[in-house]
Design a protein around this ligand. Structure first.
Ligand SMILES: O=C(CO)[C@@H](O)[C@H](O)COP(=O)(O)O
Length: 226
């Protein structure tokens, strides 16, 4: 799945930004509070309005402190998937359950320097695992290939039937990097600047999907795709 990140779109025209990627699978919405990350974007009222303005499922990525308090509200606002950071959560299991009870998928995100191993046990409470491939906060940064080990470890756990979730990657994904992410085992690819800096965002989505499929086929041959 390809999830264009509206962080790279024109914030004065978010509904148009959603319309311009009609071939996308999800629309990725970065919520930043200027505390967990040094940037400030949007919150619940904008998510509610976007939900009314587009048929695309909203993939809300909360880069905020105290997600335990705020995350379920994003599910109530219409998000299809609500992802929060393990580094910010006091009670990730309870928060995942509250998101699911409010009708959305629950996602757990890890910053590049955060290890996956300590969280394997709680991942059965989640529907998506978002591996950050840049330091969260800004679009247009360089992809960090060193996070792909976490992707492959999660892929192997999914293949073995130990986990059931979508593996998502976010940061620096474009034509030059999407194949290696797909080969490592990613299911959902977030792309901001690679989509919204393109002359035709929908064409960029299609191109990224083609490249991802090539990489996913190689992943299937080499490590399998459960
Ligand atoms: O969450 C973030 C950044 O913190 C991302 O969703 C960015 O918006 C991705 O932008 P590109 O790296 O694809 O330009």
């Amino acid at each position: 799945m390809i999830a264009p990140s509206i962080l790279s779109a024109d914030f004065a025209h978010l509904a148009d930004a959603a319309d311009s990627v009609s071939r996308a699978d999800w629309l990725h919405v970065d919520v930043m509070d200027n505390h967990f990350v040094p940037n400030l974007t949007l919150g619940l009222p904008v998510v509610k309005s976007l939900h009314k303005a587009t048929d695309l499922p909203l993939d809300c990525h909360l880069m905020i402190t105290d997600p335990d308090r705020w995350a379920p509200g994003y599910a109530e606002a219409g998000a299809a998937n609500v992802t929060f950071h393990v580094e910010a959560a006091a009670n990730p299991i309870q928060t995942a359950r509250a998101i699911r009870s409010a009708g959305a998928l629950a996602g757990l995100s890890l910053k590049p320097g955060t290890a996956l191993d300590p969280y394997f046990e709680i991942l059965k409470e989640f529907d998506t695992l978002l591996i950050m491939s840049v330091e969260p906060g800004f679009g247009g940064q360089a992809f960090m290939p060193e996070v792909l080990g976490k992707v492959t470890a999660a892929r192997r756990a999914v293949n073995a039937g130990h986990l059931r979730l979508f593996i998502e990657i976010d940061g620096g994904i474009g034509e030059d990097t999407i194949v290696q992410a797909a080969e490592a085992g990613v299911d959902v690819f977030v792309a901001g600047s690679a989509v919204y800096a393109a002359d035709d965002p929908d064409r960029a989505v299609t191109r990224l999907r083609e490249l991802a499929r090539d990489g996913m086929a190689r992943c299937e041959a080499e490590i399998g795709r459960g």
